[in-house]
Design a protein around this ligand. Sequence first.
Ligand code: AKB
Length: 319
Amino acid sequence: MKRILVTGAAGQIGSDLVPALRAKYGNENVVAAAHATPLPAHVRGSGPHATVDVGEPAALRRALREHRVDTLYHLGSILSVLAEKQRHLSWRVNFEGLHNVLEASVEHDLKCVVVPSSIAAFGPETPADDTPNDTIQRPTTSYGISKVFGELMGNYYHRALGLDVRGVRLPGIVSWATEPTAGTTDYAVAIFYGAILNERYACYLEPDTRLPMMYMPDAIGALMQVAEAEGSALRHRADFNVGAMSFTPAELADSLRKRIPAFRMEYEVDPVRQAIADSWPNSLDDSAAREEWGWKPRYDMEAMVDDMLVHLKRKLRPD
Ligand code: AKB
């Protein structure tokens, strides 16, 4: 049986990944590690937890030792928008934190380390449509540079030190459990809160900004599936494109209007977030992930919108 530790367990993805891992491997075998943000009640109350600042190697090593961890999902990260504002924090968490995780994983002889990357690992010189898995990567954000660093370091630790590091380049993630607040793709979640609570939303991206997106159950599936994949079948390691859907704010608003006819979308464009979004791909070629470990998403935009509305209405208006 695996003993798993998840860093960033209080974040948008971590707070959904921990319950999924606990359902599969047993509550007591999955440690939820968080630092600055408190763990949500459903994560804190359902299994072991630890306070781990990934910038502090001693705390990380202690948690790995005390909980006898053999598998690590490293989700602790400062997302794109916050990383532009807080460069020191981004350095400490996204660069030093990753280095600490990899070193501690070698020391503790972990069997597998999953380090998610992002579409932010690409930049304005990358082909934007059907972005190939292996292509030019010259990101123009601190977060994007840290993601390329993570991919290269993951591949290096595997090749040079035999540490089994794996990762997928996640698109913008849409989910209803925990609202993201520090990323460029967050509009695709906030729009649902606006539509349900006020029948309107002011979008900070231009109406025709196309970005790759994914519904949370597929993101969780991708992270767990890549971790379980047969190692000998992998030609890539920490740098798999995974696609699911691509849409623009205007297309998502149209889809919501089909279900909430009174919904109104306005645009108050934020130049910082727009510039970041413009540097990222429109869509991804994920054939490497499909061929090497059988990646196949379940949700397209319409299925995602239906499911989001069911869950978020129940969460925001329980009666
Ligand atoms: C962000 O917008 O920063 C993240 C990402 C695409 O990695 N959601």
